[in-house]
Design a protein around this ligand. Structure first.
Ligand SMILES: Cc1cc2nc3c(=O)[nH]c(=O)nc-3n(C[C@H](O)[C@H](O)[C@H](O)COP(=O)(O)OP(=O)(O)OC[C@H]3O[C@@H](n4cnc5c(N)ncnc54)[C@H](O)[C@@H]3O)c2cc1C
Length: 262
């Protein structure tokens, strides 16, 4: 099975810094990591490969520095890595990002695509489902467990107060929750080998056969960030400890009445 995992390099913090003029993320000077959900996706892919054979490819769209994230994935045991990097891709919103990644996936080939559910910086959870839509393949989101039986992928999907067990045929896409699989550590040998392998770079010219310039980059992005700002911290709430349920109800009603909410 050819498994491709899409990984995003994200700042190692929840404090995303934004450029107040361009409203885009400032990456310079911020330490970066592989997005948590994506790392679980890598681990799940490696376990599937161990079970049924095949290859695990990692793909990342980002600036040249994202090479480090791809090498970390190689050091975990992935077979090959692609960096999608080009001036034309800069300023892409989620739709344009998914468009570029889909073009690369078409070229690379795939049976199963794994993306994270959500990136910890952009936080939209849109890119995985958008890739599936663009490639016109079925998708299962919120995967908490994944297995293969014959030509079927069995996904345990987290859904509010219950789980769905979904069978899906390849080619397909799943979006991974952090709980999907505890990522393994890189081995020393893996790290050495990762730096001996090539990270292949696809730029605009490599993908132009299936890329419409009108659908990528800042100009091709239908989303326009109007303004971004840090939320004002709210005042500290009042903490009531060791009170009974009846007492808690009384206090809540009192507070709501005080504010004329009820
Ligand atoms: C108008 C506009 C301009 C923007 N300009 C820039 C910019 O110049 N530079 C910039 O860094 N960001 C920019 N962004 C943010 C960028 O669009 C998002 O970071 C990106 O589309 C991913 O969205 P997300 O973080 O919400 O990912 P989610 O949709 O939450 O991610 C879900 C999963 O999709 C996969 N995925 C997401 N992004 C990538 C990726 N790049 N490579 C591989 N897999 C991925 C991962 O598996 C991830 O777990 C811009 C956004 C907008 C709206």
């Amino acid at each position: 099975m050819k498994i491709v995992v899409c990984i995003k390099q994200v700042p190692d913090t929840n404090e995303v810094k934004l450029d107040p003029v361009t409203n885009t993320l400032i990456r310079d000077g911020v330490p970066s990591i592989i997005n948590h959900d994506d790392k679980s996706g890598i681990e799940a892919a490696l376990r599937l490969r161990e079970k049924v054979g095949g290859t695990v490819t990692v793909v990342c769209m980002g600036p040249p520095q994202a090479d480090v994230a791809l090498r970390e994935a190689l050091a975990m045991g992935c077979d090959e890595a692609f960096l999608l990097s080009s001036r034309e891709f800069g300023g892409s919103d989620t739709y344009a990002t998914a468009t570029v990644i889909s073009a690369a996936l078409k070229k690379i080939g795939f049976d199963l695509i794994i993306t994270g559910r959500q990136a910890i910086d952009g936080d939209t959870a849109q890119v995985g489902p958008q890739i599936a839509e663009i490639l016109k393949i079925p998708q299962v989101s919120y995967a908490e467990n994944v297995d293969v039986e014959g030509d079927k992928i069995i996904v345990k999907r987290q859904f509010e107060d219950r789980y769905h067990i979904i069978e899906i045929k390849t080619p397909c896409l799943i979006t991974a929750l952090t709980e999907l699989a505890e990522p393994r550590y890189m081995s020393v040998r893996g790290i050495i080998e990762a730096y001996e392998k090539e990270v292949k770079v696809y730029n605009f010219d490599d993908l132009k056969d299936s890329l419409n310039p009108a659908h990528i980059g800042l100009k091709g992005s239908p989303t326009n960030v109007y303004r971004s700002f840090t939320k004002q911290a709210k005042g500290q709430g009042t903490l009531y400890t060791d009170i009974s349920a009846d007492e808690a109800v009384r206090v809540i009603i009192e507070k709501l009445e005080e504010r004329h909410i009820i």
